[in-house]
Design a protein around this ligand. Structure first.
Ligand SMILES: Cc1cc2nc3c(=O)[nH]c(=O)nc-3n(C[C@H](O)[C@H](O)[C@H](O)COP(=O)(O)OP(=O)(O)OC[C@H]3O[C@@H](n4cnc5c(N)ncnc54)[C@H](O)[C@@H]3O)c2cc1C
Length: 230
């Protein structure tokens, strides 16, 4: 069981829930939990949510509302401090980045709420004072949809953003979907052996992974997490 101790509105569609989970033994950056909600009539639904916080910090989930979704509108709009729900985890040992002394650069590519587990990695890197070069390429629809907008400047990592639908006047970032040319311009060259993590909607992740392989990145260096959707 997790109890919501704090809620943070990140964007009009996205909210962070900070949790107190008795017996929580900690997590690794990139892991997720399975949240199970039970309705009064006993109906149960379960979804996965990445842990947004750095290891050592209280578990926090950042959830984006899908208007036609079953669970996310409840988690974003209804849950209040003190509410409790079942959760299982932390889960996952593949899509994780540990501060383990290696020096390979970290290249992170996020689509929408796919930034959540990558944020845990960047928060972890900052918290342990890692000097591993790190770059985040982050795709959002518009500036209002950028999650963790203020914190992105304070991560001590290079952050490159693209806004796919709407760019404010004077926008200095990219204004299109992530494509091979963008990946070539932004990613570390393959001969620097970057560790690559890609997360977001399924079609985003597949397009980015294919693009990186086309640029010469070894598939074994590219770790992906698909949040669903098409
Ligand atoms: C390992 C893992 C980690 C995840 N971490 C997060 C996270 O940190 N934050 C977060 O907000 N979500 C995360 N997700 C997605 C989450 O599990 C749910 O799928 C999402 O919240 C939708 O649930 P729902 O019940 O609201 O929608 P549903 O009722 O399940 O689906 C509604 C509709 O939306 C489509 N859909 C489902 N997921 C997506 C998506 N991601 N993008 C676009 N369309 C979608 C479905 O195909 C369906 O048509 C993660 C998924 C996985 C597998």
């Amino acid at each position: 069981m997790g109890e919501v101790t704090e809620t943070v509105t990140e964007t009009p569609r996205v909210r962070t829930l900070v949790l107190d989970v008795p017996g929580w033994t900690g997590h690794r950056a990139g892991q997720h939990v399975d949240v199970r909600l039970t309705a009064e009539d006993g109906y149960q639904a379960e979804r996965s949510y990445s842990l947004a916080s750095a290891p050592g910090e209280p578990p926090a989930l950042t959830v984006e509302r899908l208007d036609d979704g079953e669970l996310s509108p409840y988690l974003v709009d209804e849950v209040v401090r003190g509410d409790r729900f079942e959760l299982r985890g932390p889960i996952g040992g593949y899509f994780v980045w540990d501060h383990d002394g290696s020096t390979e650069p970290l290249f992170l590519v996020a689509g929408g709420s796919g930034v959540v587990p990558l944020m845990a990695m960047l928060r972890h890197r900052r918290a342990v004072g890692s000097t591993v070069p790190a770059k985040l390429l982050y795709s959002s629809r518009s500036l209002d949809d950028v999650i963790y907008r203020d914190e992105l400047d304070r991560l001590g990592a290079e952050v490159v953003q693209t806004l796919t639908r709407e760019q404010p006047p004077g926008w200095g970032g990219y204004g299109r979907r992530v494509d091979v040319d963008m990946l070539r311009e932004v990613s570390y060259p393959p001969d620097e052996s970057p560790r690559v993590f890609v997360c977001g909607p399924t079609n985003f992740v597949e397009a980015v992974a294919e693009g990186l392989v086309a640029l010469g990145h070894r598939p074994g260096r590219i770790r992906t997490e698909r949040f669903g959707g098409t």
